[in-house]
Design a protein around this ligand. Structure first.
Ligand SMILES: NC(=O)c1ccc[n+]([C@@H]2O[C@H](COP(=O)([O-])OP(=O)(O)OC[C@H]3O[C@@H](n4cnc5c(N)ncnc54)[C@H](O)[C@@H]3O)[C@@H](O)[C@H]2O)c1
Ligand SMILES: [Zn+2]
Length: 358
């Protein structure tokens, strides 16, 4: 078992990277004052992962309740939260109750938000089972739900007691979801670690077939990069903005396409956009842009969106909740492994890049 620490003073917590669920009981027992354990999962993960996970906890003599939500983003709302509160009241959950999120980012965000608010905060644990959740959403403490058509607009910063990643849980994840999650890992290489980017490139086939040891190494380096950013800027005031690399264009495409493309697919197109902008500004050369485009293609990710409605995507960028003073901020590469924030007011430049991507 690999152990990493996220150091956030009294909110510090470990991330365990493993190949099965057998160590879970021991990890839970290390939390002081354990009461009822409530496993929250979704209908897909329940089918593929929940039994094994629950068994590992039961073998340790722990009493488990299970609550299953319907799989998908459509569940990520206050109605689901309300149902979870009702369930917790029914089973007489108290301050010692621990909520365990077993699933992708949707389950993690919902469970974390329920934990942050029920009885003004009960402990929670993340067991991410999608690559996006292992790579991104389970590390950093952002929890929340969508509201009235706006994504993640209600939420909190609330750190788990620990994160337990079983890389073999990814073996039942649909390939398209795996590829989309990989986009965030590639992003971490691009923004902070060129060597890691090369490692991903070199091992792409093994990654796509979920080779156990490669996936553990990937998780370890990936989480230490994301962890380092979160440690320095827990509440997203400045440095954490670099995690938005590719997201200015990516989020706009995601909205305009009415969420029919996966998040990872949209930011992949956004990465190419950011490199092309940087190339126009003579910050990177053509070879570097071609290289990242090739790596994304090898990962099975889209690098363009044919027929893109350029005006719509451009206008949508101004609705990003991370926009400041109505100016578009991009995270642009200086080279693979280093990025900087850049404000761009040149509409023509951005539209010409969107045109190249369409
Ligand atoms: N909190 C954060 O910092 C943060 C960061 C990024 C994304 N997010 C959120 O995460 C969500 C997206 O996460 P996601 O991509 O994991 O979506 P998801 O939770 O909907 O999971 C994707 C699909 O894979 C299925 N699945 C998950 N694990 C599986 C497994 N092991 N085997 C079989 N099927 C499995 C799920 O049931 C679902 O159908 C979004 O709501 C997004 O806003 C949060
Ligand atoms: Zn993202």
């Amino acid at each position: 078992m690999i152990k990493l620490n996220i150091n956030l003073a009294e909110r510090s917590y470990p991330i365990y990277i493993t190949t099965d669920y057998t160590g879970l009981g021991k990890c839970i027992s290390s939390i002081k004052d354990i009461g009822k354990l409530v496993l929250i999962t979704d209908s897909n993960v329940d089918e593929y992962q929940a039994d094994e996970c629950k068994e590992a906890l039961e073998t340790f003599g722990l009493e488990i309740y299970k609550y299953v939500i319907e799989a998908g983003e459509k569940s990520k709302n206050l109605d689901t939260i309300k149902d979870i509160y009702k369930y917790l009241i029914d089973i007489k959950a108290d301050r010692q109750t621990i909520l365990i999120a077993l699933g992708g980012g949707v389950v993690g965000d919902i469970t974390g938000f329920a934990a942050a608010t029920f009885l003004r905060g009960v402990a929670f644990v993340q067991i991410p089972t999608s690559l996006l959740a292992q790579a991104d959403s389970s590390v950093g403490g952002k929890v929340g739900v969508d509201f009235e058509g706006s994504k993640n607009i209600i939420g909190a910063f609330y750190q788990p007691k620990f994160v337990y990643m079983n890389v073999n849980s990814l073996k039942t994840l649909p390939q398209r979801e795996l590829q989309a999650g990989l986009a965030e890992i590639i992003k971490h290489g691009i923004i902070m670690d060129a060597e890691f980017f090369e490692y991903i490139d070199y091992n792409m086939k093994k990654i796509l077939s979920c080779d156990e040891s490669i996936m553990q190494y990937l998780a370890k380096v990936n989480c230490s990069i994301k962890g380092r950013v979160v440690e320095q800027d827990e509440k997203e005031s400045d440095l954490r903005a670099i995690l938005n690399f590719g997201h200015t264009i990516g989020h706009a495409i995601e909205s305009v396409m009415d969420f029919k493309l996966l998040h990872g697919e949209c930011i992949s197109i956004g990465f190419v956009g950011a490199f092309r902008i940087a190339q126009k500004l003579e910050m990177v050369d053509k070879e570097t842009t071609n290289k990242i485009t090739q790596v994304l293609s090898n990962a099975g990710l889209p690098v363009r969106l044919s027929g893109m409605d350029i005006d719509k995507v451009y206008n949508q960028m101004f609705f990003d909740k991370k926009m400041k003073n109505n100016k578009l901020t991009f995270i642009l590469p200086k080279k693979i492994g280093e990025v900087l924030q850049y404000k761009i007011e040149n509409e023509e430049l951005i539209k010409s890049i969107l045109n190249e991507l369409s």
